[in-house]
Design a protein around this ligand. Structure first.
Ligand SMILES: Cc1cc2nc3c(=O)[nH]c(=O)nc-3n(C[C@H](O)[C@H](O)[C@H](O)COP(=O)(O)O)c2cc1C
Ligand code: SF4
Length: 385
């Protein structure tokens, strides 16, 4: 039954073949907390279960690597072998037992992969090094090559295989990561894709890889899980994707067969500035109008999700009431307090995120090993078990 304080947030929503119990989701985070073989650690399991016990309707775990030769962090989650699948199946069952939906983000890291972890050159639509990852201080052996047609076929199959393993594990929601300057968004973006074959050039050609992956996954999993895609509304780089491009992009993607879309922002080189902004100056949900603009381009009226500087359920409820978006992601706010949803619903005080950005920069920019949170001491650095 809808909660009287947050009637819209606590109303269920259908996403393709599944129904989410409420409109709050945890957006995918790479915590660098998995075991080195890519399976779940106790720490990662604890966190996701806290979110489920805390009432978050959809928990998108991730980022999970689909290809053995593409990795962002040493302890990223992986989902390309049976052992990975088995490690997630208990988690999925438990999340469901608490009334939440388990989701997973599938990704190949493209030119933002790190050779230190894979011991192989990174590959991308075009051999244009990532300005951030190619820095000697981040990846001293970084080298890059353009993908061959064999690479393209293999990576497409990697996504489909990982989607099948995800469904076998019990995930009910699969998100294809086609945002933030990772492989699939590199194909979409004229900034990173300079190919002259039928995977480059026109919008339709740049979307071909994504469309073929969506179609392949849909064929393989049918209605076993909802299929979502995360796209970048604005890369904030010269020659990159801007919101207006999506008038042409979104209808092509939705016709390929996704059930939902998630809106994200930036590529590697613009992420730092984007996240470091002061919430007091920019206000909550600063890019919600852009997300709303993209939502307006959906001819099928698909549900859209937004995450970014949302601090509370009050804000989430307001955004739904203003009909800006359909689902609200709270990342940092739920890392600071994974019980935020249930506490807010019951009128209890929440451990508030202080927007110090420590979680992001703890590993991304300062070379430290794992995400940790200033407020939530349960997630202070310790060895992943
Ligand atoms: C530490 C950290 C790791 C993240 N990892 C991912 C990721 O693996 N995949 C992804 O799509 N977004 C990732 N994001 C972005 C989040 O999904 C989300 O968009 C972001 O946290 C903004 O929401 P918030 O302001 O509520 O935290 C990450 C963000 C942070 C801070
Ligand atoms: S580290 Fe800081 S910004 Fe990140 S979740 Fe914790 S309190 Fe929020």
């Amino acid at each position: 039954m809808a909660n009287t304080n947050f009637p819209l947030l606590f109303s269920p929503i259908r996403i393709g073949p599944i129904i989410l119990p409420n409109r709050v989701f945890f957006p995918p985070w790479c915590f660098n907390w998995a075991r080195k073989n890519g399976t779940l650690s106790n720490k990662l399991t604890d966190f996701y279960l806290d979110l489920a016990k805390g009432g978050c309707g959809l928990i998108i775990t991730g980022c999970a690597a689909v290809s053995p030769d593409s990795l962002l962090y040493e302890r990223s989650m992986k989902i390309y072998e049976k052992k990975h699948m088995r490690s997630f199946s208990k988690l999925c069952k438990k999340i469901i037992s608490y009334g939440s939906i388990p989701g997973i983000q599938l990704m190949n890291f493209g030119r933002q992969s790190v050779t230190t972890w894979t011991k192989m050159p990174v590959y991308a639509p075009s051999a244009i090094p990532c300005p951030v990852k190619s820095k000697a201080s981040i990846d001293p052996h970084y080298s890059i090559r353009e993908m061959t047609m064999e690479d393209i076929e293999r990576v497409k199959n990697d996504f489909v295989r990982s989607a099948i393993l995800s469904v076998e594990a019990g995930f009910k929601f699969i998100q294809i990561h086609a945002a933030n300057g990772f492989l699939l968004s590199e194909f979409i973006s004229p900034y990173a894709n300079k190919r002259t074959d039928h995977y480059g050039g026109s919008v339709r050609n740049r979307l071909r890889m994504v469309v073929e992956i969506i179609e392949g996954i849909k064929r393989a999993i049918g209605n076993e899980a909802a299929l979502d895609i995360r796209i970048t509304a604005n890369e904030f780089v010269d020659g990159g994707i801007i919101p207006g491009h999506h008038e042409e992009i979104i209808p092509i993607i939705e016709n390929a067969g996704v059930d939902m879309m998630n809106v994200s922002f930036t590529v590697s080189e613009t992420t730092g500035v984007y996240f470091r902004r002061d919430i007091k100056t920019i206000g909550e949900a600063p890019e919600i109008d852009t997300a709303n603009q993209l939502r307006g381009y959906s001819k099928k009226k698909l549900p859209f999700g937004y995450a970014g500087f949302v601090a509370s359920l009050d804000t989430g409820e307001r955004l739904l009431k203003e009909d800006k978006i359909d689902l609200i992601g709270l990342g940092r706010a739920q890392v600071a307090d994974p019980f935020l949803v249930i506490k807010s619903k019951n009128g209890q005080p929440v451990d508030k995120c202080v927007w110090c950005h420590r979680c992001l920069f703890s590993f991304a920019l300062k070379g430290e090993k794992q995400v940790f949170c200033t407020v939530n001491k349960k997630y202070k650095p310790r060895k992943a078990s």
